[in-house]
Unconditional design. Sequence first.
Length: 85
Amino acid sequence: MRDLIINKYFFNMFWTLELASHLEDAPWPATKDELIDYAIRSGAPLEVVENLQELDDEGEIYEGVEDIWPDYPTQDDFFFNEDEY
């Protein structure tokens, strides 16, 4: 029982590039409910829906994946020179 209580209060969303990629084409800006609806309709894995359900629901509008997963890699995070290719 103790483990169940600990897990309930310390659950953290776990994002990967693969999971987050299912939200790249979401209708941004969007609310939590709109994102959950999009994830379900687009056939995203259950883990995406569960992560979205863990978001605080204070009527917040999310502008992009970066608002949900602050560590989401951007183009600036990759170290290559586009001019070389």
